[in-house]
Design a protein around this ligand. Structure first.
Ligand SMILES: Cc1cc2nc3c(=O)[nH]c(=O)nc-3n(C[C@H](O)[C@H](O)[C@H](O)COP(=O)(O)OP(=O)(O)OC[C@H]3O[C@@H](n4cnc5c(N)ncnc54)[C@H](O)[C@@H]3O)c2cc1C
Length: 476
């Protein structure tokens, strides 16, 4: 789709020449997110600095009958901000102000482009923090977190984005600015804030949000449990929670992942372990040592050969650095990787890991696993080389098979990375046509003309869009 020439000038008039990107080498950066199997370049990227500018851009797009796609930091892992017949990309990265902090009510008002970790950095000196902690938190934005309802390692105890966002300013796809939600916990009426969170940019653009802040825990205990059999590690996960202990985080890395992470960050992980668990408890200092002992006992009952407790804050930070940067370490294993995101009931973790191993063998692919084991939220990382078309095809097949298996085990297609372009065609595995129809109608309440992030999430609306054919740079 080609944009009317006048639109470029009108957009520049709103954001200034420095806020508009249209040269090929500039646009290349925006052709994909963290899901690199599919690519599509916008015709222009506009970088507004205020809600008023976002609204003016959207109204202009309406006048020219042009569709648009919101973008935060582009760390998404399902192709959510890929422009599909939406030539205008609206990047929120310059809207990065923390507007206000209300210490007494424990809230912060932030613009959508604020980077997740910046919120805690600002309020930590006051003993507060923002709980949702996606591993991408040094880069991803609050707007992207809202759009994807992001979680993180500490989701197990603290929940996901929707549990920590009180209200949201939204520029609807007709340009109107609305505020959804409020600072009171029990406001009357429909929870439109809740409906918007996880809508993946299909309702319009989030421009600001009021976040709930929590008091920093008084203390932490962070354990590393080492297992010779991944099945034992999985059983320990259910064992811990079965004893009534809810850790703040309960993460697993398999052997291949440990190998890559150790090579990259030198934490001291045993490279021969079949799996390791990172288990964190937090809260009042009194009682933490006792709880850590109970967790250690459960791990040993399930065959852990070693259980270490981080000696101090520096060791705890090093352990979390290794975990949260695990995806980055994967670059040592292969030129490309695709991170899958599925969910199974926690007790089915051993079974899905066996299935993943079988699928990897059948498709002749190497797969590393690092995931939120406590939530049953798996992240198999499929390694490949995009120059080899056959490998790319096998990655797509394996990804689909893994997700089908998750659903068959009573799980879901995504725990936190969203549907994006990657999983649109799989939605009918989870929802009946009547459910999908209801969701489509909800979407139209916010975006009657399907202008914001079109051809996403729903299978029928993607008809005619070649998203299943990756625009890869294959060798042949
Ligand atoms: C190394 C790595 C680790 C990750 N770890 C986690 C993790 O632990 N947990 C987790 O949940 N995710 C994780 N992710 C995925 C990703 O970081 C999250 O989905 C994140 O919320 C995306 O934020 P973003 O600002 O990069 O959004 P983008 O990728 O730019 O966009 C994501 C989606 O949100 C929409 N969007 C963005 N901004 C707005 C806005 N202001 N208004 C409306 N729609 C908007 C886009 O259109 C798109 O559909 C990880 C990604 C990477 C690369």
């Amino acid at each position: 789709m080609s944009m009317p020439a006048a639109l470029f000038d009108d957009l520049a008039a709103i954001v200034g020449a420095g806020g508009l990107l249209r040269r090929d080498e500039e646009l290349m950066v925006y052709e994909c997110d963290g899901y690199t199997l599919e690519r599509s370049r916008p015709e222009v990227v506009v970088l507004p600095r205020s809600t008023a500018e976002v609204s003016a851009i959207v109204r202009l797009c309406n006048r020219h009958d042009v569709r648009f796609v919101p973008r935060g930091a582009g760390t998404g892992l399902s192709g959510g901000c890929l422009p599909i017949r939406a030539p205008v990309m609206i990047g929120l990265s310059r809207m990065n102000r923390i507007v206000s902090v209300d210490l007494e009510n424990c809230t912060a008002r932030v613009e959508a482009g604020v980077v997740n970790r910046e919120v805690t950095a600002r309020v930590a000196p006051h003993g507060l923090y923002y709980a949702p902690d996606p591993s991408s938190q040094p880069a991803c934005t609050i707007g992207g977190n809202v759009a994807e309802n992001s979680g993180g390692p500490h989701t197990l105890k603290y929940g996901v984005t929707t549990n920590h966002v009180l209200s949201i300013e939204l520029v609807r796809s007709d340009g109107e600015v609305v505020e959804l939600g409020g600072v009171l916990d029990d406001g009357p009426g429909y929870d439109l804030r809740g409906v918007l969170i996880g809508a993946e940019g299909t309702f319009g653009l989030v421009t600001q949000a009021t976040l709930r802040l929590l008091p920093l825990p008084e203390g932490y205990r962070t354990l590393l449990a080492v297992f010779d059999r991944i099945d034992d590690a999985s059983a320990a996960v259910s064992g811990i929670i079965g004893r009534g202990i809810v850790p703040a985080a309960l993460e697993m890395m398999d052997q291949l992942m440990v190998e890559a992470v150790e090579a990259a960050y030198h934490f001291g992980f045993p490279k021969d372990a079949d799996a390791v668990l990172i288990i964190e408890i937090d809260g009042l200092r009194a009682g933490l040592a006792r709880q850590a002992q109970r967790i250690e006992a459960v791990c040993r009952e399930h065959g852990a050969r070693e259980v270490r407790i981080a000696a101090d804050e520096a060791e705890r930070a090093a352990l979390w650095k290794s975990r949260k940067r695990a995806f980055g370490a994967v670059g040592r294993l292969a030129p490309n990787y695709c991170t899958q995101d599925g969910v199974v009931p926690r007790t089915k973790v051993p079974e899905i890991l066996r299935i993943i191993r079988r699928i990897a063998e059948e498709q002749r692919l190497r797969v590393a696993n690092v995931f939120h084991a406590g939530d049953g939220n798996i992240h198999p990382i499929l390694l490949y080389d995009e120059r080899d078309r056959d490998q790319v095809e096998r990655v797509l097949v394996a990804g689909r098979q893994i997700l089908e298996a998750c659903v068959a085990l009573g799980g879901s297609l995504t725990g936190e990375h969203g549907i994006g372009v990657e999983k649109m065609d799989l939605l009918p595995l989870l929802f009946a046509e009547a459910d999908l129809d209801l969701m489509r109608r909800v979407r139209r309440v916010f975006d009657a003309e399907l202008r914001s992030n079109p051809h996403k999430m729903f299978p029928a609306e993607s008809a005619g869009v070649a998203v299943s054919e990756p625009q890869r740079r294959a060798a042949s």
